[in-house]
Design a protein around this ligand. Structure first.
Ligand code: TPP
Ligand code: MG
Length: 407
């Protein structure tokens, strides 16, 4: 099906109104036929966030899950839930191991996703092997969950190399530190895939703060106008370093931004792995069917400081952090799966062992001192180095030679 305001961008024609025949009315009738709702109701998020499992691990009655006509989400299958839970437990262990490696000087920096692991796992699991993931610096657990070797996924945080994995091998972009650049990369890959006639879906991650960047607007607008199969997955963890969301946006929600671009938006409890999988699985299905881009906003919370270089006690109080501790994605999923008979003590122990094995792999892999070649700073950036880089490279060579001579 086609849900798009325009297949051919920039036609030079005046915009269609709902009285006139044209792309917008075609879109409206497609939405009406498929979901039985108006195009505005399709694009606007449901009135409440989608939440299936309450923080105490109990399944919410269907009438209280936030679903509405045209915004309906079946509970994911048992095998998917159990596989997701394992990745959740591994993700938490990895976050905490990495924070310890930073304190030991084995990693330069680690932006932990402690508390956001459900978003990380769901972002990777909703995709098929041929689909692309574009992560940020905070999404190392999602990178691993998409199949990248844990040590390779963390190498970038050791600071001795540009990145530890080949993006093409796993279809995972390099974790971007410049905010929101990855959204443009994602849109470019989706556009290329569409031109080639491939059925690739691209999921691009960003934070709440990143939605204030110009690149965010450009990426969403381009994806909507060119009707590209991209999921923009915003992890709203309430802060951009020390800046709270209220200083970034006064929109009713970040998901409401979607309708302004002509795409569908939804918000979901970002600490409820069941709801996340349900919402993202459906978003990927719609994107693959040709419904165009979607924006999913996940409500979550960064439980730890922005990075090890940040002191979060200077801008938020303990009561707020404690409030979110009670909404932890792990304990919620643990209780829920046990109540469904999908997890018991033996199963939990086996998963904990696997998580410990990954932590050991990280300690061993990142514990080694790697010989570094300072001139590599200038290689692999441009195929033909700029005059400035050549000059800086020569300065470095000179400095290194003088240092060696002084020894
Ligand atoms: C273009 C750009 N501007 C500023 C920064 C500095 N910076 C790094 S992280 C960050 C906050 C981002 O917050 P958010 O998007 O909410 O992501 P979170 O860290 O909460 O996951 C800022 C401003 C940057 N990395 N890139
Ligand atoms: Mg944030």
């Amino acid at each position: 099906m086609t849900i798009s305001a325009s297949q051919e961008p920039n036609t030079g024609q005046p915009p269609a109104t709902d009285q006139e025949p044209g792309p917008a009315s075609e879109q409206a009738s497609e939405v009406q036929r498929k979901f039985g709702i108006s195009v505005e109701d399709y694009m606007l998020p449901a009135r409440r966030q989608i939440q299936m499992v309450a923080p105490d691990g109990t399944l919410k009655p269907e009438s209280e899950q936030g679903t509405e006509p045209g915004h309906e989400y079946p509970i994911p299958g048992d095998a998917e839930l159990v596989a997701a839970y394992e990745r959740l437990v591994v993700g938490r262990r990895v976050n905490d191991q990495n924070s310890a490696l930073v304190r030991q000087g084995r990693m330069a920096v680690y932006p932990s996703s402690h508390g956001q692991e459900a978003c990380q796992v769901a972002a990777a699991m909703c995709l098929s092997d041929g689909d692309w993931l574009f992560p940020t610096y905070r999404d190392a657990v999602a990178v691993m969950a998409k199949g990248v070797d844990p040590v390779q996924a963390m190498t970038i945080f050791r600071g001795d190399w540009h990145g530890g994995y080949d993006p093409h091998e796993h279809k995972v972009g390099i974790q971007c530190t410049p905010l929101t650049t990855q959204l443009l990369h994602a849109v470019g890959v989706a556009h290329a895939a569409k031109l080639r006639g491939e059925d690739t879906v691209v999921l691009a991650m960003c934070g709440d703060g990143a939605t204030s960047e110009g690149d965010f607007h450009e990426a969403l607008n381009f994806a909507a106008v060119f009707h590209l199969p991209v999921i923009f997955f915003v992890q709203n963890n309430k802060y951009a370093i020390s800046v709270p969301l209220s200083h970034q946006s006064v929109a009713p929600s970040l998901a409401h931004k979607a309708v302004g671009y002509g795409m569908a938006g939804e918000r979901v409890d970002g600490n409820d792995l069941v709801a996340l999988l349900a919402v993202l699985d459906r978003a990927v299905k719609l994107a693959r069917e040709g419904s165009g881009p979607l924006l999913v906003e996940a409500h979550t919370y960064r439980m730890q400081a922005h990075t090890n270089a940040d002191d979060d006690t200077r801008y938020r109080d303990n009561a707020e952090v404690s409030e979110w501790k009670a909404k932890d994605p792990l304990s919620r999923m643990d209780v829920y799966l046990r109540s469904r008979g999908l997890l018991d003590d033996d199963g939990a122990a086996r998963i904990a062992e696997r998580a410990e094995a990954v932590a050991t792999q990280l300690r061993e892999g990142l514990g080694e001192d790697v010989p570094v070649e300072p001139q590599n700073l200038f290689k692999y950036v441009f195929s033909t180095p700029t005059p400035q880089l050549r000059e800086q490279s020569a300065l470095l060579a000179d400095e290194l030679a003088r240092e060696a001579g002084a020894k």
